[in-house]
Design a protein around this ligand. Structure first.
Ligand SMILES: [Zn+2]
Length: 80
């Protein structure tokens, strides 16, 4: 798996949506490739921030883009 393939599948990987064999390839790649490991770390940080709603005042459109990037379906915010 090259970097481009990895980045394309990273969001799905984080969602747990990929078969075990692909996950193993991704984990191996991230272990060897520091740029991809950084992207993976950023994605995890973003996902955590979204989950914890620690993005105060973030425009809905921006949040939607982040969620799209993370491969999540947009759920209408309950409070804003
Ligand atoms: Zn890579």
């Amino acid at each position: 798996m090259n970097c481009e393939e990895l980045l394309r599948q990273l969001a799905a990987y984080r969602e747990g949506a990929l078969p075990e064999g692909i996950c193993a390839e991704i984990e191996r790649h991230i272990g060897d490739c520091s740029p991809c490991a950084e992207v993976d770390q950023d994605l995890r940080d973003l996902a955590r921030l979204c989950r914890e709603s620690k993005l105060p005042g973030l425009p809905v459109e921006t949040r939607r883009r982040i969620e799209a990037l993370l491969g999540r379906r947009h759920e209408p915010p309950s409070s804003d």
